[in-house]
Design a protein around this ligand. Structure first.
Ligand SMILES: Nc1ncnc2c1ncn2[C@@H]1O[C@H](COP(=O)(O)OP(=O)(O)OP(=O)(O)O)[C@@H](O)[C@H]1O
Ligand code: SF4
Ligand SMILES: [Mg+2]
Length: 313
C-alpha cells in the first residue's frame, strides 16, 4: 500500500506578500515519522501549522497543494477542517503551560474533544480520560482529573497535552518542539512516550526539532528547511549521518549533540524573507557556491531516496 498521510506540492505561503514557505514539495508515507529541522525562522512551525489547517486566508495566502490524507487543505473551508483537527490530526505545542487553559481542569481539557468528536457522555468521558492519563504515564490518574494546569509540573502538563492530542486517536500527530520547554532530564522520557503512543496507534508524526541527534532516533525521514524552502529530504539516518547539501553539512558540523569538541558554526546569517537572494538562497553563506548558484534556483532532484536542492551536492 502506498498511502500518504501528508503531501505538499509546490506549496507557497505568503504573509503580507512575503513568501514564508516557497515552493515546498514533500511526501510523508502513512505510518512514518518526519522531523523538520533547520535554523530559527526557516519556516518549520509555519509548515506544521499549515498542515493542521491553522494558517488560512485572509491571514495568509496559499498556493499549490497541501493534502492531509485525502483532504486538500488549501482552499478547504473551516467547516471541512474543524472536524479533522483533534480527530485525524492532533497537535502538541512547544509550551504546555501556554497551551492549556488555566481556567479548566484536566478533565475539562480531555473531555472536550471526546464529547465533541466521539459524542461520549459524562461517565464515558471520565473513564476514557483516566485511561488516557494512565497511557501517558500519569500515576493515580483519577485523582488528577480535577487538577488545574498550574497545579501540575511542566512534565506533567506536557503529558496532559499529549493525552489531549491523542484522545481521538489521530492518524497524524504534529509536535512543534514538544520538549524544548522542559527540563533536560525529562525531555527523553517525554519524547519516547510520544513515539511509543504514535507507534501504538499506528499513526504518523511530524516533529519540529532542533536536536539533530534526536531526529535520527525518532524520525524515519527528515526534511531540512532553509529560508522557507526544503533543501534536503530523505531517510533520517542517511541525510543526517551522510549529509550532501552544504547547508545540512553545515548544520551537522555545528550541532553540539554530534561532536561538541569540533564545532564549526555556519558563517553568516539567514537572509531576510523580504530580501532573498535570487538563485540559491544559501549561496551567500556557501563555500561551494559557483556563479550558477546565484543565477538560478536549484530544483530538488532525486539522488536515490534523497531529494537535494543544490547545483553541486
Ligand atoms: N505571525 C507572524 N507574522 C509575521 N511573520 C511571521 C509570523 N510568524 C512567523 N513569521 C515569520 O515567518 C518565518 C518562519 O517562521 P517560523 O515560526 O515558521 O520559523 P521556525 O522555523 O519555526 O523557527 P523557530 O525554530 O524559531 O521556531 C520567520 O521569518 C518569522 O519571522
Ligand atoms: S546550489 Fe550552490 S550555493 Fe546553493 S547550496 Fe548548492 S553549492 Fe551552495
Ligand atoms: Mg518554530
Amino acid at each position: 500500500m502506498n498511502a500518504t498521510i501528508l503531501r505538499a506540492e509546490h506549496l507557497t505561503l505568503r504573509r503580507r506578500g512575503v513568501a514564508v514557505l516557497d515552493d515546498v514539495s514533500l511526501t510523508l508515507p502513512a505510518g512514518q515519522t518526519l522531523a523538520l529541522i533547520g535554523e530559527s525562522g526557516a519556516g518549520k512551525s509555519t509548515l506544521a501549522y499549515a498542515a493542521m489547517g491553522l494558517l488560512r486566508p485572509p491571514e495568509v495566502a496559499l498556493e499549490g497543494e497541501l493534502w492531509v490524507g485525502d483532504t486538500e487543505v488549501v482552499g478547504a473551508s473551516e467547516r471541512t477542517l474543524r472536524p479533522l483537527r483533534g480527530v485525524r490530526m492532533g497537535m502538541i505545542f512547544q509550551d504546555a503551560s501556554a497551551a492549556l487553559n488555566p481556567c479548566f481542569t484536566v478533565l475539562d481539557h480531555l473531555a472536550e474533544p471526546l464529547r465533541r468528536h466521539r459524542k461520549l457522555g459524562k461517565a464515558a468521558c471520565r473513564e476514557r480520560a483516566i485511561d488516557l492519563l494512565a497511557s501517558v504515564g500519569i500515576g493515580d490518574p483519577a485523582s488528577r482529573l480535577q487538577a488545574y494546569p498550574h497545579e501540575l509540573s511542566g512534565g506533567m502538563q506536557q503529558r496532559v497535552m499529549i493525552a489531549i492530542a491523542l484522545a481521538c486517536e489521530p492518524q497524524l500527530l504534529i509536535a512543534d518542539e514538544p520538549t524544548s520547554a522542559l527540563d533536560v532530564t525529562i525531555q527523553a522520557q517525554i519524547m519516547s512516550l510520544v513515539l511509543e503512543r504514535v507507534r501504538a496507534l499506528g499513526a504518523s508524526a511530524i516533529f519540529v526539532l532542533h536536536d539533530l541527534a534526536l531526529a535520527t532516533q525518532v524520525a524515519d525521514r527528515v526534511a531540512v528547511m532553509y529560508a522557507g524552502q526544503i533543501v534536503e529530504e530523505g531517510p533520517a539516518r542517511e541525510v543526517l549521518n551522510h549529509p550532501r547539501h552544504p547547508y545540512t553539512r553545515g548544520l551537522r558540523a555545528s550541532a553540539v549533540e554530534f561532536d561538541a569538541h569540533r564545532l564549526a558554526p555556519i558563517a553568516g546569517v539567514v537572509p531576510s524573507l523580504s530580501a532573498m537572494p535570487s538563485g540559491c538562497r544559501f549561496a551567500p553563506r556557501c563555500a561551494a557556491a559557483s556563479a550558477q548558484c546565484s543565477q538560478a534556483r536549484p530544483t530538488p532532484t532525486a539522488h536515490g531516496d534523497v531529494h537535494i536542492a543544490c547545483w553541486h551536492p
